[in-house]
Write a protein that binds this ligand. Structure first.
Ligand code: BGP
Length: 468
């Protein structure tokens, strides 16, 4: 089978991870501009000041994407280029930059797939409380509206937020992302609620103004599976899915929070402040979501955990080594002897990916899904002139095969975006952890080179994955 004609083969990036030009052309300071410069926060002290200089080299990069046959480029907009200080004041130079990127994509027939928020919040808003402060919700809606107005004549695919669970849990539980707070469970849940409300308001605005195209949100897709069939570990599985999946997907797609979680939060005094108006907004806008974006890298293998430790996520760290398991007082994630892992300790499990998509279909029906990220973080050897990344090819191939199965089974998956189109700055792991089809030579003026996987993906797209 070939993938359907309207299935999109794409690849992704995010503003802070590629653009650089951190203080050029009127751009304001973001929370990441500040946080990444605090000693010890990122591997080797790397930051996005220059990143891979996509800001100045987008033409060359998009030409390479076109050569690869890419059908869509998912990128994000740096809020601080558009509204440098987080207010409604617009920086025309920022609008101009994204107009250029969008037009360059369209010149080659590449669909610009735009993420509004991929974690780089104006520092002014961070200092005023960030996502704990409901005013950030208003500021986001202003930012979204500016983008719809400026780019909505050409952009037809909008993602409001990337991975709420990551920037909220790493921001308020582990302190690994800005604002760098540890163990503040109340703020964690409050921040997630504000993000869902911001998403819902942007969706409603988009629909009311009758912009053409579609809008949705991208979540981490990290389905939990018990390590065995025992009752207690099966319970841990359920608990993990309620907290890490249903808490995020339900308010968007069902318009209400999972009762299992709200009851527990209420009993512990951790339920976010939410007004009737907020809840009504979530209910009313749930059916307006056109799709859900899934970022899938690995599943969670879980078992019961008797300790009374509070929630802490642990997929990412800045040590350049595998991460710590995540846990709360009920479950913990564990590594298993019979599973395969990446160098950073993320399980490679295409079967769990397919199983997870089935779980989503069971719970949320036929909502359109895009795989908005999937890929392998690795250190690619250079042999002679060639950048050899066969493990990446194997990883993507097996996951694309899972997507193909899903489509054959009637699961509504409409596109696949590899992470990442080009080697870029890993938030906490610098340039050491590579994901791209295109290599960037940091010892040679950031020169771009095609990897093995570049040619492989080119062939996959040209044949619409018929051979998989
Ligand atoms: C996702 C983010 C991406 C990217 C990816 C890989 O969570 O949306 O921006 O960073 O993970 O993560 P890492 O670079 O930490 O390996």
């Amino acid at each position: 089978m070939k993938m359907p004609k309207d299935f999109i083969f794409g690849a992704a990036s995010a503003s802070y991870q590629v653009e650089g030009a951190w203080n050029e052309d009127g751009k304001g300071v973001s929370n990441w501009d500040v946080f990444s410069k605090i000693p010890g926060k990122t591997f080797g002290g790397t930051n996005g000041d220059v990143a891979i200089d996509h800001y100045h080299r987008y033409k060359e990069d998009i030409a390479l994407m076109a050569e690869m046959g890419l059908e869509s480029y998912r990128f994000s907009i740096a809020w601080t280029r558009i509204h440098p200080d987080g207010t409604s004041k617009v920086n025309q130079k920022g609008i101009e930059f994204y107009n250029n990127v969008i037009d360059e994509c369209l010149k080659y027939g590449i669909i610009p797939f735009v993420t509004l928020y991929h974690w780089d919040l104006p520092q002014t808003l961070e200092e005023a409380g960030g996502w704990r402060n409901p005013k950030t919700v208003d500021a986001f809606v202003t930012f979204a509206e500016t983008c719809f107005k400026a780019f909505g004549d050409r952009v037809r695919n909008w993602i409001t937020f990337n991975e709420t669970v990551i920037f909220c849990s790493l921001g308020y539980l582990t302190g690994a992302h800005p604002p760098g707070i540890e163990g503040d469970v109340k703020s964690y849940f409050q921040a997630t609620h504000h993000v869902f409300v911001a998403h819902a308001r942007a969706v409603e605005l988009f629909k009311q103004a009758k912009y053409e195209g579609e809008i949705g949100i991208t979540h981490v897709f990290n389905p939990a599976f018990s390590i065995d069939e025992s009752k207690e570990n099966k319970f841990a599985e359920r608990h993990a899915n309620e907290y890490s999946t249903h808490w995020y997907y339900d308010p968007i797609l069902k318009g209400e929070y999972p009762e299992y979680v709200t009851k527990e939060l209420e009993a512990k005094g951790l339920l976010p402040d939410m007004s009737e108006e907020d809840l009504d907004l979530l209910r009313r806008t749930a059916p307006m979501n056109d799709f859900i974006g899934l970022n899938y890298y690995c599943p969670q293998r879980v078992m019961k955990n008797d300790s009374d430790l509070v929630l802490a996520g642990g997929r990412e760290n800045s040590t350049g080594k595998p991460g710590n398991p995540s846990f709360d007082g009920v479950y913990k994630t564990v590594m298993m002897d019979d599973k395969e892992y990446t160098k950073w300790g993320w399980e490679i499990a295409p079967d769990a990916f397919l199983e997870g998509m089935r779980m989503l279909k069971d719970r949320y029906g036929d909502i359109k899904m895009y795989i908005t990220e999937n890929g392998l973080g690795d250190e690619d050897p250079i042999v002679g002139e060639e950048i050899q990344d066969q493990p990446r090819i194997d990883y993507i191939e097996s996951h694309l095969r899972a997507v193909k199965h899903a489509v054959e089974e009637g699961i509504n998956v409409s596109g696949y975006f590899a992470w990442s189109v080009i080697d870029l700055l890993s938030w906490l792991n610098g340039y050491k952890k590579q994901y791209g089809f295109i290599y960037v030579d940091h010892n040679n003026n950031l020169a771009r080179k095609r990897k093995q996987s570049f040619y492989w993906y080119q062939e996959i797209i040209a044949t619409r994955a018929e051979e998989l």
